[in-house]
Design a protein around this ligand. Structure first.
Ligand code: NDP
Length: 329
């Protein structure tokens, strides 16, 4: 028997509740690789899955945790053998399939990635889905022509998980980074990660009737969506790109086509869940080379399985700073 965070649903009231419980190997879903999980983390989606499910969880009892890193214990697939270190993000693990908030997980070999060189399992989860997605966003901006020296790159939701990692990677690559935050008390933290400018959330979170404003940003990684993304589109430099990652501020996009038509602005969608394997390897390799490990460590708050119900509620309210590393053992 081993520990897992199990979410149960009361059929009468429809309410869910999460608690650490003992489960056994026979409880795990059928799949070809069993992993002894060492670390997991918390992402915005985990907050939903620990709580009401947010439409992501179909079946209860459920074990959340959309990402984990650990050691293969048993494998029915030639690509992995016992003792291999692995990372998993995405593929709807932790939503449709039981996830990483457990001392053991059983998953498909197709979903795993070998632990990247130069990262241990703890560092891999300090990065987690949030950091992996931040790297995908940086790669997408570069693929669309972003290079240092053409003005500030905006990062919205900067003190959150995606935002913190994006800030550290961009600054390390030589970009001037402007971080948008609704938490002024995180300014020193963001500067320590490499942000050279802090933009107050209120400054950029209001609607404007003007479809175009001054050309300000050479690129943007947006974790917020909603009104903020709409506003940012009208502030981009000619031909610049915005990588749309998240919806922490809302899923609606109240904008016009004017920034696309008159300024050639590009809106690049970023999805980490269904990324093809080769691009996953590319992103993890870039993380190992372009994310300074001391900056990553400065983002980390340690936690255990028992802390997750509270952390789940906190991340949905935008109260988690940087990255939380969950030691499941
Ligand atoms: P976090 O909660 O760690 O970060 C989100 C940040 O957004 C907060 O820290 C806060 O930053 C800001 N924020 C929160 N609420 C609001 C609001 N109402 N208005 C404006 N800003 C707000 O989450 P993650 O970094 O893990 O994820 C960020 C987003 O990216 C989420 O929507 C998540 O679902 C999405 N995501 C998407 C992925 C993909 O594959 N496309 C993968 C991973 C995440 P501050 O306090 O600095 O203002």
């Amino acid at each position: 028997m081993f520990n897992a965070l199990v979410v149960n649903k009361d059929e009468d009231s429809g309410k869910t509740s999460a608690a650490v419980q003992q489960i056994g190997l026979d409880d795990l879903p059928e799949a070809d690789v069993t992993v002894a999980v060492e670390y997991s983390t918390i992402n915005y989606k985990d907050g939903l899955c620990i709580g009401s499910g947010g439409g992501l969880v179909r079946k209860y009892p459920h074990v959340p945790g959309i990402d984990f890193a650990g050691t293969v214990e048993a494998s029915g697939d030639d690509r992995y053998k016992a003792g291999d270190k692995v990372v998993l993000t995405g593929w709807r693990v932790g939503e449709a399939h039981w996830g990483g908030y457990s001392q053991k997980a059983r998953v498909r070999a197709d979903w795993l990635v070998p632990l990247p060189d130069r990262l241990d399992t703890r560092a891999a989860m300090a990065v987690g889905t949030a950091g992996f997605t931040a790297m995908l966003a940086v790669m997408a901006l570069e693929d669309h022509g972003l290079t240092p020296g053409h003005g500030p790159v905006l990062v919205t939701g900067a003190a959150g998980g995606v935002g913190s990692v994006a800030t550290a990677i961009l600054a390390n690559l030589g970009y001037e980074v402007a971080g948008v935050t609704g938490r002024p008390e995180t300014a020193e933290y963001l500067k320590s990660l490499g942000a050279s400018q802090i933009v107050a959330r209120e400054e950029i979170n209001e609607t404007t009737k003007r479809p175009l404003e001054g050309e300000t940003w050479a690129g943007c990684i947006d974790a917020v969506g909603g009104t903020m993304l709409a506003r940012v589109l009208g502030q981009m430099k000619y031909g610049a790109s915005v990588a749309a990652v998240g919806l922490a501020g809302g899923a609606a996009l109240p904008t016009t086509v004017i920034p696309f038509l008159l300024r050639g602005v590009n809106l690049l969608g970023i999805d980490s869940v269904m990324q093809p394997y080769d691009n996953r390897l590319r992103a993890w390799k870039r993380i190992a080379s372009d994310l300074p490990m001391d900056k990553l460590e400065a983002m980390v708050t340690p936690a255990t399985l028992a802390d997750l119900p509270q952390l789940g509620a906190d991340i949905l309210k935008g109260r988690v700073k940087g990255r939380v590393v969950v030691d499941v053992n």
